[in-house]
Structure formats: structure tokens, C-alpha cells
Ligand binder design. Sequence first.
Ligand code: DNO
Length: 362
Amino acid sequence: MQMTLRWYGSRFDTVTLKQIRQIPGVTGVVTTLYDTQPGEVWSTERIRTLKDEVEAASLAIAGIESVNIHDAIKTGSADRDRYIDNYIETLENLGREGIHLVCYNFMPVFDWTRTELARVRPDGSTVLAYTQEAVDALDPEKMFESIAGDMNGTVMPGWEPERMAKVKGLFALYKGIDEEKLFANLVYFLEKIMPVCDKYDIRMAIHPDDPAWSVFDLPRIINSKKNILRLMAAVDNPHNGVTFCSGSYGTNLDNDLPDMIRSLKGRVHFAHVRNLKFITKDNFEEAAHLSSDGSFDMYEIMKALYDIGFDGPIRPDHGRMIWDEVAMPGYGLYDRALGAAYLNGLWEAIEKADQKGGTRCA
Ligand code: DNO
């Protein structure tokens, strides 16, 4: 596996490439052209400039997170083929620049949903949190305003103000789109792009829905073992793969994370590994990566990735805000750096135990 950090680009991120380079064991970033809109073609020039900048800091682009999907594709509207052609052109341009991993999601209207961006934990750190009660009490069109004040002046992925200004219209677009239609639209899209992925060896890695159930009555389809395996079977091409995000699938306690990873052997192209702390089953907060700080057994998650021969990029995911850092909630430097070091430590231990046949010194 390759340890990486998510980086939003020098115009948007509070964390620098130099800082990322100094986290032990981190050799790459997953990044994006954060100012492009879904449906826009990414030019070769811009991809090359981004690549040059990352490489000048002695890091590599391990993948793109995300090339976002236009709503016309998700809703299957009459003009979807035009946007799929644009997506294909972007993939070609990325492939020619030697980029072989693309993370994306197929969530309607909202990307990941949290109801608090700065819940205070017992140690004084602040974290993102979710309660179903808060979602149920909220007018979906006011969702953005309810959290905007806690974004520390940053633009959060999926919650771009321009997009949120159109939220009413977005809800209207998805009227009549149920889970079966959304699934069919996703399969249609994947079938169209697979030839270009085959040609340039681009691994598509779908990010799960977060939380892993329907919010505001919107359809959600990438949220369980059954549903993700259905997608893998529907487009049975190794380039159709997943971003295994423990913090997203893990929102639903019915999801057995190590078992899901094992069932996806050969299709996990990218891993987001983080921990959650459950207060009740639909009230959870993000925790430090360490197993004992949250509800997941992080060793078992890393072991499952090791056991399936996972060799793609991995990244620590949302970190706590600690040590008075002011950054994009979830995406500060300090706690993600601790997370990377911890995950690297787990991996080293798993690997060495395996190489030594699990034997212990007398
Ligand atoms: C949140 C992220 C998501 C993810 C997208 C992938 O922190 O995990 O925004 O990047 O859903 O397209």
C-alpha cells in the first residue's frame, strides 16, 4: 500500500505539500482540481501544472479525489451523454499524464452529511458528528446554513456555496429518482467509461454514501455489502472498484467492515481508514484513529486490507481538530499526521508478523 494524504491544492488547503512530505511514510497525495465544476473537462495543461507542483515537493499524485459526477448523469437526464463524453475526455487526459486512480461518489444532492462540525470531545479536541435527531429536525434546504458557520473559512467538498445556493432545484431534479433508477444510471455511466479505463488502466473507486442510509428521503445505493457487491457484479470489470471508507460504511453498525473488505478482494482500489465513536446507533462522532479512542478495531480493518493483498493508496481520513489548529474541519494536518503514523505502524506490525510466520521469540 502507499500512504497518502488528501490535499485540496495550494489555493484551498491550509496544509502545505512541504508539511505532508515530512509525515513519515507519506509518499503521495490524492488531490483534485478543486475549482472545476462537475461536467467540466479537465485540461491537460491544468493536470500537468498540478502534477509538476506535487512532484516538485518530492511527492506523487497517487490518485484523484474526486472527479465529481454531473447531476445529469446521476439523474439520467436527456443530456447525460454529453457529460459522460466530457468525463471520458477528463479520464483520457488524466490517463495520458500517468494518473490511474479516480475516486468519485454517486450521492444525490449532498456529499457526506454531518450535523456538527465542531463537537467537543472529552480531551478538548473538536470533531465532526452526526445525530439522526438533528437531521430529522432540519429543513434540508437549510442544511448548509446550519453548518456553514463552523467551516473555518474553508470550502468543504460537496458543500460548495454555489452548489448549495441551488439546493432547492437539486431536490427537484431528484424527484422520481428512486434507488433502482439511480443504480441503473450508475451502471449506464460505468459501462460507457469502462473502455477508456481499460485503455489507460484507470481504476475507478466509488466512495460510499455517508451516512450509509437515506437522508432527507434521497435515494442511497452504495451503503452495504449487498449493494456494493451488486454493483461489482453489474459491471464486472476490475477497473470498476471501490474506495473502501471505514468511516462511511462504518456509520451503519450492521456493516461488518473486515468482512466487507474481504468480500471485495481485487476491487478495493483506494482506502480511507478512520474511526468513529458511537454514543447510540444513530448518534456518532469522529474519533482519533486509534482503536481505543473509538468503536472500531482498526487492527482488524488493516489486517483485512493486508489479507486481500491491497496495494493501492490509503489515507487517514477525517482528523480531530487539535493543538489549536484552524483548518477545514476533518482536514487539518496534525491529527491526520498522527493517523498516518498509526496506520503505518499497524501495517508494519501486520506485515512483519506475517513474514515471520506469526512466530514469537522464545
Ligand atoms: C469527505 C469525503 C468525501 C469524498 C467524496 C468522494 O470527507 O470522504 O467528500 O471525498 O464523497 O467523491
